[in-house]
Design a binder for this molecule. Structure first.
Ligand code: GLP
Length: 236
């Protein structure tokens, strides 16, 4: 795991956008794994600006998002589908059919998850996976547990995550209790991983850097990825 510490969130956002743009420029048909949450917002802003300045072209890019809440429609401003459209997709030239986000309202969640994995396999896997990190060490919505869960599946959100994410909703009661998340094996199969962490992640970053691999801190598995970079902004 290669750790880059930077002074500000602004710097983090610029560097991560540059890494993603470089990946797309190197391979225009790149398959990107994308993340939601507040941390990637600046990265996406920079990518949109680069696109507007003709520095990156999304016309052949394929994306797979990490997760989606169960029960929220695409039109719901709290859904990750809506977030991605607002923050990135509706501002760049990615074809709609190249965008993949789990459908949290699928009638058959199990087959939705299986299909999601199949689609990733059909495009020969993810070239670059962007990841945020939860305060409890979750990646995607892979919550702390006794074991690592491999595949894309239905997950029950922990109270810590519900509390952390209630800022986007009217109250904690409104936060969905379940979600679909890409699994740990799916994430680890990406050829390259880029983790971004803001100054609010000091505690979990400390644990991640000190501790050995444990499913109690799902992000700790990343120590075993051969090509994982963490950009950590220590200041605002
Ligand atoms: C959510 C997402 C994660 C994200 C995490 C951190 O729980 N499912 O993928 O990494 O939030 O969010 P933030 O960047 O807002 O701290």
């Amino acid at each position: 795991m290669n750790i880059i510490t930077v002074k500000s969130y602004h710097e983090l956002s610029k560097i991560s956008a540059n890494i993603i743009a470089a990946q797309i420029n190197k391979k225009p048909t790149s398959v990107l794994g994308l993340a939601t949450g507040s941390t990637p917002v600046g990265t996406y802003k920079n990518l949109v600006e680069m696109y507007r300045n003709g520095l990156v072209d999304f016309s052949k890019v394929i994306t797979f998002n990490l997760d989606e809440y169960c029960g929220l429609s695409r039109e719901n401003p709290q859904s990750y589908y809506y977030f991605m459209m607002e923050n990135l997709f509706s501002h760049v030239n990615i074809p709609q059919e190249n965008i993949n986000i789990p459908n949290g309202r699928a009638m058959d969640i199990e087959s939705e998850c299986r299909e999601y994995e199949n689609k990733i396999r059909q495009v020969n896997g993810i070239d670059l996976q962007l990841l945020g990190i939860g305060h409890n060490g979750h990646i995607g919505f892979n919550e702390p547990d006794d074991v690592f869960h491999n595949n894309t599946r239905l997950v029950k959100l922990t109270q810590t995550t519900i509390e952390a994410n209630k800022r986007f909703f009217n109250s904690a009661e409104d936060v969905p209790k379940t979600a679909i998340s890409m699994g740990i094996k799916t994430i680890m199969s990406a050829r390259e991983i880029l983790v971004i962490a803001g100054p609010d992640k000091e505690e979990i970053m400390g644990k991640l850097l000190e501790q050995s691999c444990s499913p109690r801190i799902p992000a700790s598995i990343l120590h075993y990825h051969p090509n994982c970079t963490v950009i950590w902004a220590k200041g605002n």
